[in-house]
Design a protein around this ligand. Structure first.
Ligand code: G3H
Ligand code: 13P
Ligand code: ZN
Length: 326
């Protein structure tokens, strides 16, 4: 692939039209994280079969894992697979939690159509400054930019925060105006990973802070808001994992009715990583437990891929409302 590959040559689009439609028609575009071929195929097939627009999302570490040179070829193959299936759903490739202009440049030069610059852990003015630099660079290439205000809790390879702090609604207008971002991730009670809330058995999880979302939406009418940490942590998958040799007893996520409410509001991009990881792991553990002599990767990665296709279709059809909007 050429050194400076524009996303259009891979059959990708930026997020502008997707978000416009999501706002006008009150649904959320799914942003599914992936690291490997089976996850990527499942996301595409699930979105093709439910006719949903899709944002293919990779973190810096996921890009390293897949290999930065290899990744655009995988995505190009995925887009062509969708077209061969007779689908013209819009597909974007997005950098999740980008931490520097250097990483953003490298992604954009290899065909990304959208990037996040996550300056949320910096003081406000520093966040503005790094986000503005990314916007100036990315917009010149037609690439969309997501910024973030407020910090989510949760520990992942690249996202480490012990304590969250909610987005302050009175900062959002100045941030959007000074940076020129196309969308804004906010902190309203979600967190990354599979252990989102500490609750006693039978106790309900605390509700998300819809008051923060409503105030942000009021201050930024019609502006695309992004929800990170939006996995539901499917109880059936957690149970399957625990029944088949795993140990994830305290895994708890966002109730679907809360996510549905967010998707019907100003939130027009919903990030889902942990749910996909759990779906695949649950099925792989089940196959290994049911058939201890199996060692053909197709026999456990294939069913895992099918399980992820089911999850993606369920999310698009019953949670995000993106099915039929592609
Ligand atoms: O929000 C972060 C994503 O879940 C990606 O995590 O850095 O482990 O790929 P990762
Ligand atoms: P989850 O851990 O809830 O899937 O969140 C993923 C995310 O926000 C990726 O940026
Ligand atoms: Zn995130």
């Amino acid at each position: 692939m050429a050194e400076d590959t524009h996303y259009e040559s891979l059959g990708l689009v930026n997020t502008a039209e997707m978000f416009k439609r999501a706002i006008d028609e009150q649904f959320a575009v799914p942003a599914y994280n992936f690291n490997n071929m089976e996850q990527l195929q499942a996301i595409i097939i699930g979105c093709v079969e439910s006719r949903s627009p899709v944002i293919l999302q990779v973190s810096g570490s996921a890009r390293k894992y897949a290999d930065p040179t290899f990744l655009p070829y995988m995505v190009q193959g995925a887009v062509e697979m969708a077209r061969n299936l007779g689908s013209d759903i819009p597909i974007a490739l997005h950098l999740d939690h980008g931490d520097s202009l250097e990483l953003v440049r490298s992604c954009v030069e290899s065909g990304f159509s959208s990037v996040m610059i996550d300056g949320s852990h910096h003081p406000f003015d520093q966040n503005v400054s790094i986000t503005r630099q990314v916007v100036d660079y990315a917009h010149a290439k037609g690439v969309s930019v997501e910024g973030e205000l407020g910090v989510l809790a949760g520990i992942e390879d690249e996202v480490v925060a012990e304590k969250s702090h909610f987005t302050k609604p009175d900062e959002v207008e100045e941030f959007v105006e000074r940076t020129g971002v196309d969308s804004l991730a906010i902190s309203m009670g979600t967190s990354h990973g599979a252990f989102k809330f500490k609750v006693k058995p039978g106790e309900a999880v605390p509700p998300l802070r819809f008051d923060i979302l409503d105030e942000v939406a009021q201050r930024l009418p019609g502006f695309p808001i992004v929800l990170h940490g939006a996995s539901g942590i499917t109880p059936e998958h957690v149970a399957m994992i625990n029944q088949n040799g795993g140990r994830l007893e305290d895994a708890v996520g966002n109730p679907e009715d809360q996510l549905r409410r967010a998707a019907q509001s100003a939130v027009c991009k919903i990030n889902i990583d942990s749910d996909g990881r759990l779906a695949m792991t649950a099925m792989i553990r089940k196959v290994f437990a049911d058939k201890p002599s199996e060692f053909d990767p197709r026999k456990y990665l294939g069913p895992a891929r099918d399980e992820l296709i089911r999850l993606v279709k369920h999310k698009n059809e019953h949670v995000l409302g993106s099915a039929g909007k592609g």
